[in-house]
Design a protein around this ligand. Structure first.
Ligand code: ADP
Length: 405
């Protein structure tokens, strides 16, 4: 089965094509090809590579009114890019949908009703759900009746217990859909399952904290394979400090600023794009640049790093408290996979719980590995984020069940 995966962001669109035959492999396969479009004003950079390493790069002018997925796939499937991404028979298309609200727990075959529900949820995730709908509609135009599957980033967190998802504001908020949804669920679930695999066991009764630290950052507390707590909330703005997002703040700051004349749109811009590592360091929202500048003695980069780590530790502690213990701590995504400094600092205060990092293993770059000392009471893993593979698997399973059953 050939599965086209579409993973849309607010300013980028990733796509890849997987082939999964009749048996699901235990480990992620390499996609037949993968591509990405990065939008920057009216310019867009397109990059793609195939499983043999052939690459394709192009810079195009953004056509207003055309969706990013259309610009990416049309370009990749154009004559020029055929070596990288020859159009192939696609059996199913999997879409990452950021917000499935309370309605969607499991991946769903896209029907007109599912599309309407995704559109309804767009008010909760304006930067994402509408781009994702564009992708669904583009595929309908291009491929007609090919099955499409929605995989929800909120789905894994639908197991949160009530005290974890109800906000202690007015009770009517709940009926209006104002509650914790949690995000990055596709990768939190994948990482918890991978950690269990690395522990050579079943998820069983394992207590795992997964730390997804990329441009967006969130944690999940996973007990026996179920998400029981997470740091992102109603929107992906809550919780940890991020590249350009503030994470949690005293809500009183917002009402104070509103009384001073700030509008909702201005606050949205400040909190989503002009806060976090970027705002505190004054140089960048990219952790690599923060660490480099800190090593050169830049005081605000040092402060940004220290706030990031302070909040990360506090939130890891909160996840462990919800779980009532911890068997494994997992680091994933850009920062989680690549920053030994962040991992070392995050673990440093958890020695009292038996978290003992192996500094040599922590410094070595390699994928999906145990970086704790052999006598550490808690295993610490680095797991490569594999959202696209997890989505391909979900679509394969859904279709195989439909065909089989
Ligand atoms: P996204 O959330 O957009 O998928 P990624 O998971 O790719 O993002 O993470 C991007 C972030 O990872 C970058 O902004 C950067 O801060 C961080 N990162 C990547 N490589 C390194 C590295 N070697 N050291 C520290 N941070 C890194």
């Amino acid at each position: 089965m050939k599965i086209l995966v579409l993973n849309a962001g607010s300013s980028s669109q990733k796509t890849c094509l997987y082939r999964i035959e009749s048996v699901l492999p235990e480990h992620p396969s390499v996609p037949l090809w993968e591509g990405r479009i990065q939008l920057d004003g009216d310019q867009a950079e397109i990059r793609a590579k195939d499983s043999r390493g052939a690459t394709f790069e192009d810079s195009i002018k953004v056509q207003q009114g055309t969706s990013s997925v259309a610009q990416l796939l049309d370009n990749l499937w154009s004559q020029k890019a055929q070596a990288v991404a020859a159009p192939s028979a696609v059996d199913v298309v999997a879409h990452r949908i950021v917000n499935g609200g309370s309605e969607f727990k499991d991946p769903a075959l896209i029907t007109p009703e599912v599309k309407t529900a995704i559109a309804r949820m767009a008010s909760l995730a304006p930067l994402h759900n509408s781009v994702e709908l564009d992708g669904i509609e583009f595929i309908e135009k291009r491929f007609g009746s090919v099955p499409q599957v929605a995989v929800f980033d909120t789905g894994f967190h639908s197991s949160l217990p009530e005290p974890a998802y109800v906000y202690p504001g007015p009770y009517e908020w709940l009926a209006r859909g104002i509650r914790r949804y949690g995000f990055h669920g596709i990768n939190h679930q994948y990482c918890a399952e991978r950690a269990a695999q690395l522990l050579s066991g079943e998820l069983g009764s394992l207590k795992i904290v997964t730390c997804h630290l990329g441009n967006g950052c969130s944690l999940a507390a996973v007990h026996a394979g179920q998400s029981v707590d997470t740091t992102m909330g109603f929107t992906p703005l809550e919780g940890l400090m991020m590249g350009t997002r503030s994470g949690s703040l005293d809500p009183g700051i917002l009402t104070y600023l509103m009384r001073q004349g700030f509008t909702g749109a201005q606050l949205d811009e400040l909190l989503n794009r002009k806060s976090g590592l970027l705002a505190i360091s004054g140089i960048s929202g990219d952790m690599r640049e923060i660490v480099n500048a800190m090593k050169e003695g830049h005081p605000r980069a040092k402060l940004a790093f220290e706030i990031f780590v302070h909040r990360l530790r506090s939130c890891i502690g909160a996840m462990i408290a919800t779980l009532g213990g911890i068997d494994a701590l997992v680091f994933t995504a850009g920062i989680g996979e690549n920053s030994p400094e962040v991992r070392a600092e995050a673990c440093a205060k958890f020695g009292f719980l038996g978290v003992e990092l192996d500094s040599v293993k922590n410094a070595q770059p390699s994928q999906d590995r145990d970086i704790s000392q052999s006598d550490s009471a808690v295993r610490v893993f680095v797991v490569r984020a594999q959202e696209d593979w997890a989505m391909a698997k979900a679509a394969w399973k859904l279709l195989s069940t439909k065909v089989g059953g």
